[in-house]
Design a binder for this molecule. Structure first.
Ligand SMILES: Nc1nc2c(c(=O)[nH]1)N[C@H]1C(S)=C(S)[C@@H](COP(=O)(O)O)O[C@H]1N2
Ligand SMILES: [Mo]
Length: 197
């Protein structure tokens, strides 16, 4: 399966006050995790689900794969077009559990306790992926190896690198950058950069 860019973005693809780059800058808080092997790596699906689930790396690799493109918009002002991501479409992972009807938000959890929040509907938008590859290459350690989420339509800080789990929630709660002054939603087209925007 292949997901193209939303049509409206082809007209004006640069959100306000962003500049386009062909580099791929590295941005994060904390350390780049080092993995000797992935035998103890787990992916947890928890919170408001009927039965919580833990998957091994091999189990993740056995899920259906797809490709999707997105334009990255980083809150620090750079945009990078036409990124090709390869991995597990979000719906293939969510299918593994039964979400309770009251769920409205999601928290993504990454290494070192890092997290980011988003509405369920944005999380579930087709084209979002749990990505193993970027532009045909395995993710490098600094870009999220072995697995990162790609939330294609909001500022890139919500695209959790080194992701280890999904928590389903009824009420919104700020993640790491959201607690530190970033916007709870982060729409680049409306310049929702900081909490006070
Ligand atoms: N686990 C984790 N994921 C993270 C971050 C982080 O600090 N920790 N930073 C976010 C921010 S602020 C940005 S801009 C992007 C940067 O991704 P890149 O380094 O691949 O360009 O990752 C996001 N994902
Ligand atoms: Mo960022």
């Amino acid at each position: 399966m292949f997901y193209g860019l939303p049509k409206e973005k082809n007209n004006d693809r640069v959100p306000p006050n962003q500049r386009v780059t062909t580099d791929f800058p590295v941005l994060h808080y904390g350390n780049v995790p080092e993995y000797k092997d992935l035998t103890n790596w787990t992916f947890k699906i928890f919170g408001l689900v009927e039965v919580e689930k833990t998957l091994s790396f091999d189990q993740m690799l056995s899920l259906p794969m797809a490709q999707a493109t997105n334009d990255i918009h980083c809150v620090t002002g750079w945009s990078k077009f036409d990124n090709l991501w390869e991995g597990i479409p979000v719906e293939e992972v969510v299918k593994l559990v039964k979400i309770k009807p009251e769920v409205k938000y999601v928290m993504l959890h990454a290494e070192e306790g890092w997290s980011t929040n988003m509405p369920l509907a944005d999380f579930m938008t087709p084209g979002n992926m749990f990505a193993f590859k970027h532009n045909g290459e395995a993710l490098t350690p600094e870009h999220g190896y072995p697995l990162r989420f790609v939330l294609s339509h909001l500022y890139f800080w919500k695209s959790a690198k080194w992701i280890r789990g999904i928590e389903f929630m009824e009420n919104d709660r700020p993640g790491f950058w959201e607690k530190n002054g970033y916007h709870m939603y982060g729409n680049p087209w409306k310049e929702e950069r900081y909490a006070w925007d």
